[in-house]
Ligand binder design. Structure first.
Ligand SMILES: Nc1nc2c(ncn2[C@@H]2O[C@H](COP(=O)(O)OP(=O)(O)OP(=O)(O)O)[C@@H](O)[C@H]2O)c(=O)[nH]1
Ligand SMILES: [Mg+2]
Length: 227
Protein backbone atom coordinates (compact mmCIF):
# COMPACT_ATOMS: atom_id res chain seq x y z
CA UNK A 1 0.00 0.00 0.00
CA UNK A 2 3.00 2.29 0.38
CA UNK A 3 3.29 2.24 -3.37
CA UNK A 4 0.68 4.70 -4.45
CA UNK A 5 0.96 8.37 -5.19
CA UNK A 6 -1.38 11.25 -5.83
CA UNK A 7 -0.24 14.42 -7.53
CA UNK A 8 -1.43 17.71 -5.97
CA UNK A 9 -4.21 18.11 -8.57
CA UNK A 10 -5.86 14.99 -7.12
CA UNK A 11 -5.81 16.05 -3.50
CA UNK A 12 -7.57 18.67 -1.44
CA UNK A 13 -11.20 17.85 -0.86
CA UNK A 14 -13.69 15.17 -0.05
CA UNK A 15 -17.10 14.82 -1.70
CA UNK A 16 -20.43 13.38 -0.61
CA UNK A 17 -22.55 11.33 -2.95
CA UNK A 18 -26.05 12.78 -2.91
CA UNK A 19 -29.17 10.68 -2.78
CA UNK A 20 -30.58 10.31 -6.30
CA UNK A 21 -34.00 11.47 -4.99
CA UNK A 22 -32.58 14.53 -3.27
CA UNK A 23 -33.54 17.96 -4.54
CA UNK A 24 -30.16 18.76 -6.04
CA UNK A 25 -29.09 22.01 -7.60
CA UNK A 26 -26.00 21.13 -9.59
CA UNK A 27 -23.72 23.86 -10.93
CA UNK A 28 -24.14 23.96 -14.69
CA UNK A 29 -20.44 24.52 -15.25
CA UNK A 30 -19.34 21.67 -12.99
CA UNK A 31 -20.29 18.74 -15.19
CA UNK A 32 -17.74 16.00 -15.78
CA UNK A 33 -17.33 12.74 -17.63
CA UNK A 34 -15.25 9.95 -16.13
CA UNK A 35 -14.61 6.76 -18.12
CA UNK A 36 -13.29 3.50 -16.69
CA UNK A 37 -11.36 1.06 -18.87
CA UNK A 38 -9.25 -2.05 -18.28
CA UNK A 39 -9.22 -5.79 -18.87
CA UNK A 40 -12.45 -7.76 -18.80
CA UNK A 41 -13.16 -9.10 -15.33
CA UNK A 42 -10.73 -6.78 -13.54
CA UNK A 43 -13.58 -5.32 -11.47
CA UNK A 44 -14.67 -2.09 -13.17
CA UNK A 45 -18.43 -2.59 -12.84
CA UNK A 46 -18.09 -3.75 -9.24
CA UNK A 47 -16.18 -0.57 -8.40
CA UNK A 48 -18.88 1.71 -9.85
CA UNK A 49 -21.72 -0.33 -8.33
CA UNK A 50 -20.18 -0.38 -4.88
CA UNK A 51 -19.67 3.39 -4.95
CA UNK A 52 -23.01 4.41 -6.45
CA UNK A 53 -25.34 1.76 -5.09
CA UNK A 54 -23.41 0.91 -1.94
CA UNK A 55 -23.30 -2.86 -2.47
CA UNK A 56 -20.95 -5.37 -4.04
CA UNK A 57 -22.55 -7.32 -6.89
CA UNK A 58 -21.91 -11.03 -6.47
CA UNK A 59 -22.72 -12.17 -10.02
CA UNK A 60 -20.39 -11.39 -12.89
CA UNK A 61 -22.14 -10.04 -15.94
CA UNK A 62 -19.82 -8.76 -18.65
CA UNK A 63 -20.58 -5.14 -19.46
CA UNK A 64 -21.40 -3.99 -22.96
CA UNK A 65 -21.84 -0.37 -22.03
CA UNK A 66 -23.40 1.42 -19.05
CA UNK A 67 -23.67 4.98 -17.74
CA UNK A 68 -24.41 6.30 -14.29
CA UNK A 69 -25.12 9.92 -13.43
CA UNK A 70 -24.13 10.95 -9.93
CA UNK A 71 -24.40 14.23 -8.05
CA UNK A 72 -21.74 14.92 -5.46
CA UNK A 73 -21.39 17.86 -3.12
CA UNK A 74 -18.00 19.29 -2.38
CA UNK A 75 -17.13 19.32 1.30
CA UNK A 76 -17.80 22.61 3.13
CA UNK A 77 -19.19 24.34 0.06
CA UNK A 78 -22.56 24.57 -1.66
CA UNK A 79 -21.05 23.37 -4.95
CA UNK A 80 -22.65 20.31 -6.51
CA UNK A 81 -20.86 18.44 -9.29
CA UNK A 82 -22.64 16.37 -11.91
CA UNK A 83 -20.55 13.35 -12.77
CA UNK A 84 -21.26 10.92 -15.55
CA UNK A 85 -19.51 7.63 -14.89
CA UNK A 86 -19.08 5.61 -18.07
CA UNK A 87 -18.57 1.90 -17.58
CA UNK A 88 -17.08 0.11 -20.59
CA UNK A 89 -16.53 -3.40 -21.85
CA UNK A 90 -13.13 -4.96 -21.32
CA UNK A 91 -14.01 -7.67 -23.83
CA UNK A 92 -12.45 -7.34 -27.27
CA UNK A 93 -15.78 -7.99 -29.02
CA UNK A 94 -16.97 -4.54 -27.92
CA UNK A 95 -13.81 -2.65 -28.76
CA UNK A 96 -15.46 -0.44 -31.35
CA UNK A 97 -18.26 0.52 -29.01
CA UNK A 98 -15.81 1.26 -26.19
CA UNK A 99 -13.79 3.57 -28.37
CA UNK A 100 -16.84 5.82 -28.75
CA UNK A 101 -16.84 6.38 -24.99
CA UNK A 102 -13.62 8.36 -24.90
CA UNK A 103 -14.96 11.51 -26.49
CA UNK A 104 -14.93 14.54 -24.15
CA UNK A 105 -13.78 12.51 -21.16
CA UNK A 106 -12.36 14.61 -18.31
CA UNK A 107 -10.66 11.66 -16.65
CA UNK A 108 -9.84 8.05 -17.44
CA UNK A 109 -9.75 5.53 -14.62
CA UNK A 110 -7.41 2.87 -15.93
CA UNK A 111 -7.93 -0.34 -13.99
CA UNK A 112 -6.05 -3.58 -13.51
CA UNK A 113 -6.68 -6.40 -11.10
CA UNK A 114 -4.31 -7.31 -8.29
CA UNK A 115 -5.28 -10.93 -9.01
CA UNK A 116 -3.94 -10.79 -12.58
CA UNK A 117 -0.43 -9.92 -13.62
CA UNK A 118 -1.57 -9.95 -17.22
CA UNK A 119 -4.04 -7.16 -16.53
CA UNK A 120 -1.12 -4.96 -15.45
CA UNK A 121 0.99 -5.98 -18.47
CA UNK A 122 -1.93 -4.94 -20.67
CA UNK A 123 -1.82 -1.40 -19.32
CA UNK A 124 1.21 -0.32 -21.41
CA UNK A 125 0.51 -2.90 -24.14
CA UNK A 126 -3.16 -2.27 -24.85
CA UNK A 127 -4.80 0.40 -22.75
CA UNK A 128 -2.38 3.31 -22.58
CA UNK A 129 -1.87 3.36 -26.39
CA UNK A 130 -5.66 3.28 -26.90
CA UNK A 131 -6.18 6.16 -24.45
CA UNK A 132 -3.39 8.22 -25.95
CA UNK A 133 -4.89 7.64 -29.38
CA UNK A 134 -8.45 8.61 -28.48
CA UNK A 135 -8.01 11.25 -25.76
CA UNK A 136 -4.42 12.37 -25.77
CA UNK A 137 -4.45 14.96 -22.99
CA UNK A 138 -6.97 13.42 -20.64
CA UNK A 139 -5.55 12.69 -17.18
CA UNK A 140 -5.24 9.04 -16.19
CA UNK A 141 -5.72 7.57 -12.73
CA UNK A 142 -4.27 4.07 -12.47
CA UNK A 143 -6.05 1.80 -10.02
CA UNK A 144 -5.32 -1.72 -8.82
CA UNK A 145 -8.63 -3.46 -8.02
CA UNK A 146 -9.44 -6.45 -5.77
CA UNK A 147 -6.97 -5.37 -3.09
CA UNK A 148 -8.72 -7.74 -0.66
CA UNK A 149 -7.38 -10.92 -2.24
CA UNK A 150 -4.94 -12.62 0.11
CA UNK A 151 -2.04 -13.04 -2.31
CA UNK A 152 -1.47 -10.23 -4.78
CA UNK A 153 -0.22 -11.35 -8.19
CA UNK A 154 1.14 -7.91 -9.02
CA UNK A 155 4.40 -6.59 -7.66
CA UNK A 156 3.60 -3.09 -6.37
CA UNK A 157 6.89 -1.73 -7.72
CA UNK A 158 6.03 -2.98 -11.22
CA UNK A 159 2.69 -1.21 -10.92
CA UNK A 160 4.39 1.96 -9.75
CA UNK A 161 6.76 1.82 -12.72
CA UNK A 162 3.84 1.41 -15.10
CA UNK A 163 2.02 4.34 -13.46
CA UNK A 164 5.05 6.60 -13.93
CA UNK A 165 5.67 5.43 -17.50
CA UNK A 166 2.15 6.17 -18.66
CA UNK A 167 2.17 9.54 -16.87
CA UNK A 168 -0.67 8.73 -14.48
CA UNK A 169 -1.60 11.56 -12.13
CA UNK A 170 -2.31 9.06 -9.37
CA UNK A 171 -1.97 5.39 -8.59
CA UNK A 172 -4.16 3.75 -5.97
CA UNK A 173 -5.42 0.36 -4.87
CA UNK A 174 -8.89 -0.46 -3.64
CA UNK A 175 -11.36 -3.23 -3.01
CA UNK A 176 -14.99 -2.95 -4.05
CA UNK A 177 -15.73 -6.12 -2.11
CA UNK A 178 -14.55 -4.68 1.18
CA UNK A 179 -15.33 -1.05 0.31
CA UNK A 180 -11.71 -0.34 1.03
CA UNK A 181 -10.39 2.93 -0.43
CA UNK A 182 -13.41 3.28 -2.74
CA UNK A 183 -14.60 6.68 -1.51
CA UNK A 184 -11.02 8.05 -1.30
CA UNK A 185 -10.50 6.89 -4.89
CA UNK A 186 -13.54 8.84 -6.08
CA UNK A 187 -12.47 11.87 -4.03
CA UNK A 188 -9.22 11.82 -6.00
CA UNK A 189 -11.17 11.50 -9.28
CA UNK A 190 -13.39 14.47 -8.42
CA UNK A 191 -10.44 16.57 -7.28
CA UNK A 192 -8.63 15.90 -10.55
CA UNK A 193 -11.58 17.01 -12.69
CA UNK A 194 -12.60 19.89 -10.40
CA UNK A 195 -9.09 21.30 -9.95
CA UNK A 196 -8.40 20.77 -13.66
CA UNK A 197 -11.46 22.82 -14.53
CA UNK A 198 -10.51 25.62 -12.13
CA UNK A 199 -6.99 25.70 -13.57
CA UNK A 200 -8.37 25.90 -17.10
CA UNK A 201 -10.86 28.61 -16.29
CA UNK A 202 -8.26 30.75 -14.57
CA UNK A 203 -6.13 30.40 -17.72
CA UNK A 204 -9.14 31.38 -19.83
CA UNK A 205 -9.84 34.35 -17.58
CA UNK A 206 -6.21 35.37 -17.82
CA UNK A 207 -6.40 35.15 -21.61
CA UNK A 208 -9.61 37.19 -21.68
CA UNK A 209 -8.09 39.87 -19.45
CA UNK A 210 -4.94 39.90 -21.53
CA UNK A 211 -6.95 40.22 -24.73
CA UNK A 212 -9.04 43.00 -23.21
CA UNK A 213 -5.97 44.96 -22.15
CA UNK A 214 -4.32 44.35 -25.48
CA UNK A 215 -7.35 45.64 -27.34
CA UNK A 216 -7.61 48.70 -25.09
CA UNK A 217 -3.93 49.47 -25.64
CA UNK A 218 -4.34 49.04 -29.38
CA UNK A 219 -7.33 51.34 -29.38
CA UNK A 220 -5.32 54.05 -27.58
CA UNK A 221 -2.43 53.58 -29.93
CA UNK A 222 -4.40 53.70 -33.14
CA UNK A 223 -7.65 55.31 -32.13
CA UNK A 224 -9.38 52.27 -33.65
CA UNK A 225 -11.60 49.88 -31.74
CA UNK A 226 -10.14 46.38 -31.42
CA UNK A 227 -13.51 44.92 -32.50
N1 LIG B 1 -12.29 -10.41 -4.47
C1 LIG B 1 -12.81 -9.45 -5.20
N2 LIG B 1 -13.47 -9.75 -6.33
C2 LIG B 1 -13.95 -8.73 -7.09
C3 LIG B 1 -13.79 -7.37 -6.72
N3 LIG B 1 -14.35 -6.60 -7.68
C4 LIG B 1 -14.86 -7.45 -8.58
N4 LIG B 1 -14.64 -8.73 -8.24
C5 LIG B 1 -15.08 -9.94 -8.98
O1 LIG B 1 -14.47 -9.95 -10.26
C6 LIG B 1 -15.39 -10.41 -11.25
C7 LIG B 1 -15.49 -9.39 -12.38
O2 LIG B 1 -15.98 -8.18 -11.87
P1 LIG B 1 -16.64 -7.04 -12.80
O3 LIG B 1 -16.74 -5.81 -11.95
O4 LIG B 1 -17.90 -7.50 -13.41
O5 LIG B 1 -15.52 -6.91 -13.93
P2 LIG B 1 -15.46 -5.88 -15.18
O6 LIG B 1 -14.11 -5.26 -15.18
O7 LIG B 1 -16.61 -4.94 -15.11
O8 LIG B 1 -15.59 -6.87 -16.42
P3 LIG B 1 -16.15 -6.54 -17.93
O9 LIG B 1 -17.50 -5.92 -17.77
O10 LIG B 1 -16.20 -7.86 -18.61
O11 LIG B 1 -15.16 -5.62 -18.58
C8 LIG B 1 -16.73 -10.64 -10.53
O12 LIG B 1 -16.85 -12.00 -10.26
C9 LIG B 1 -16.57 -9.84 -9.25
O13 LIG B 1 -17.32 -10.37 -8.17
C10 LIG B 1 -13.10 -7.09 -5.49
O14 LIG B 1 -12.92 -5.93 -5.06
N5 LIG B 1 -12.63 -8.17 -4.80
MG1 LIG C 1 -18.18 -4.67 -16.36
Amino acid sequence: MDCYFIQPIGSGNTYRLLDSNADVKPDANLQFKIVIVGDSGCGKTSLFTSYIRGYFPTDYEPTIFENHRAFVSKQNTSEVLTVDLWDTAGQEDYERLRRLSYQDANLIILAYSLSSRESLLNIPEVWAPEIINFCTNTPILLVGLKADIPVHQVDPYDALKVAKNIGAVAHMQCSAKQMFNVEPLFDVCFNIVYNGKKQNSSTEQYNEEFEFDYRRAKKKETGISGG
